[in-house]
Design a protein around this ligand. Structure first.
Ligand code: MUC
Ligand code: MG
Length: 372
C-alpha cells in the first residue's frame, strides 16, 4: 500500500549561541530553529528544519511565521498525499502558496529525509549521488571585538577546525570596519583566507570606498556589499574590482541567478536551501551558476544540525565549490538536539552517512529546548 503523509508537527527550538554573534542587522544571543517532524503511514518519520536569523531582522520570514504558515496553510496541503513523490508535492506547495521559502525548505527536507529512509538511500544519493564526502567549512568572526576575533581565528587554525574566515561588517562606520578587517588580516597573514560579509549595509559609493580599501588589505571575497535588489550595482562592483563579489541576498533562486548572469555578473553565488525553498531549488540555482561560469559557495542561515546536514547533502552532489562552505551553524550553538553531532575535522565537515539525512533526534534535548 502506498504510504501517505499522516501528520506534520512543528516545534520552535531556542538554543543559546556560544557568544554574541554580531551582524549588520542584529546581534544574536540565541538561535531559534523550526523543527519539522513529518510522520507517514508506513511508520517513517522525516525531519526538516527551517531557520532564519534574528526574528524578522534578516528577511520576511520569522521562526514564528514559518511555524504558523506550515501549521495553518502548508501542512494541510500535504496531509493525506502520497509520501514518495517529492517533485509533485513541491509543485503542489508552490501552486498554492507564494513565498515562504524557508517553510517550504523545511518541508522538502522532511520529505527527502523520509523518502531516503524508506528506500535505504542518503539524501545525496536521492539527488543523484555524492561527489564529495568531506566539505570545507569556514568560520565567521563576529564577536564585535577585533582582539577577540583574532584570538578566535588563531585557535580555530591551531585546532585545524577552520582555515578560512568570514568577518561580519556593516554595523559600524566604513572606516572603522575597514580598520577592524585589516587588523585581523594582518594578524593572520597568509595562514588564512579572510573574507567579509556586509549584509547589504552599504550604498554603492560607500561600497566603492570600502571595497577598494579591503582589496588593498588582501581580503579575498566581498559578500553582498549593497542592497539585494541592486543587481546592476552589484554587476558594476564586480566589473570594477579585482577582488570577487559574492552575491548572497541578491540571489534567492534560479531566476535571480539568471538575471545576474545575463547582466554579466562575475564572481560567486551563495547557495542556501532556505533562500531557494529547498534542496532542489538551490541546485537549480547552482546549475545556472555553473552554466554561466559563476563560482559556488555553500551558504547558511545559521541552521542547526538538521538544516546543516540537509545543505551538506545538496552541496555534496556538486563538483568542488570554488569558495567552499560556511556550514558551521551547529558550532555556534551551545548545545544540540541530535544524538550524534556532525563531525567537524581538518578544516571541514564529514557528510553524514544515510539513510535520509543521517540524523537522529535526541528526544530529551528536544523536549528541553522546545518552546513551551
Ligand atoms: C549570511 O548573510 O551569510 C552566514 C554566516 C553568518 O554568520 O551569518 C550568515 C548569513
Ligand atoms: Mg551573507
Amino acid at each position: 500500500m502506498t504510504s501517505v503523509i499522516q501528520s506534520i508537527e512543528t516545534l520552535l527550538v531556542d538554543l543559546p549561541t556560544i557568544r554574541p554573534h554580531k551582524l549588520s542587522m542584529t546581534t544574536m544571543a540565541c538561535q531559534t530553529l523550526v523543527i519539522v517532524r513529518m510522520r507517514h503511514s508506513d511508520g517513517i518519520e522525516g525531519l526538516g528544519e527551517g531557520t532564519t536569523i534574528g526574528g524578522l531582522a534578516y528577511g520576511p520570514e520569522s521562526p514564528e511565521s514559518i511555524k504558523c504558515n506550515i501549521d495553518a496553510y502548508l501542512a494541510p496541503l500535504l496531509i493525506g498525499q502520497p509520501s514518495g513523490n517529492v517533485n509533485a508535492l513541491r509543485a503542489l506547495l508552490n501552486r498554492h502558496a507564494r513565498g515562504n521559502m524557508i517553510a517550504k525548505s523545511a518541508l522538502e527536507t522532511a520529505l527527502l529525509d523520509a523518502q531516503g529512509k524508506r528506500l535505504g538511500l542518503s539524501v545525496a544519493e536521492l539527488l543523484g549521488g555524492a561527489r564529495q564526502a568531506h566539505l570545507p567549512v569556514l568560520w565567521t568572526l563576529a564577536s564585535g571585538d577585533t582582539a577577540k576575533d583574532i584570538e578566535e581565528a588563531q585557535l580555530r587554525l591551531e585546532q585545524r577546525r577552520h582555515g578560512d574566515f568570514k568577518l561580519k561588517i556593516g554595523a559600524n562606520p566604513v572606516k572603522q570596519d575597514v580598520r577592524h578587517v585589516a587588523t585581523i588580516k594582518e594578524a593572520l597573514g597568509d595562514r588564512a583566507s579572510v573574507r567579509v560579509d556586509v549584509n547589504q549595509a552599504w550604498d554603492e559609493s560607500t561600497a566603492v570606498y570600502g571595497i577598494q580599501a579591503l582589496q588593498d588589505a588582501g581580503i579575498e571575497l566581498i559578500e553582498q556589499a549593497i542592497p539585494a535588489r541592486e543587481h546592476a550595482g552589484l554587476i558594476r562592483l564586480a566589473d570594477r574590482f579585482n577582488v570577487p563579489m559574492l552575491a548572497d541576498e541578491a540571489v534567492q533562486d534560479a531566476r535571480d541567478g539568471l538575471d545576474l548572469a545575463r547582466g554579466g555578473f562575475s564572481g560567486a553565488f551563495a547557495l542556501k536551501i532556505a533562500k531557494s525553498g529547498g534542496l532542489q531549488g538551490v541546485l537549480e540555482l547552482a546549475h545556472v551558476a555553473q552554466a554561466a561560469g559563476i563560482g559556488l559557495y555553500g551558504g547558511t542561515l545559521l541552521e542547526g544540525t538538521i538544516g546543516t546536514a540537509a545543505s551538506l547533502h545538496a552541496w555534496a552532489t556538486l563538483p568542488e565549490m570554488a569558495w567552499g562552505t560556511e556550514m558551521f551553524g551547529p558550532l555556534l550553538l551551545k548545545d544540540d538536539i541530535v544524538v550524534e553531532p556532525l563531525r567537524y575535522r581538518e578544516f571541514g565537515v564529514d557528510l553524514p552517512a544515510g539513510p535520509g539525512l543521517g540524523i537522529t533526534l535526541d528526544e530529551d534535548k528536544l523536549a528541553h529546548y522546545a518552546r513551551k
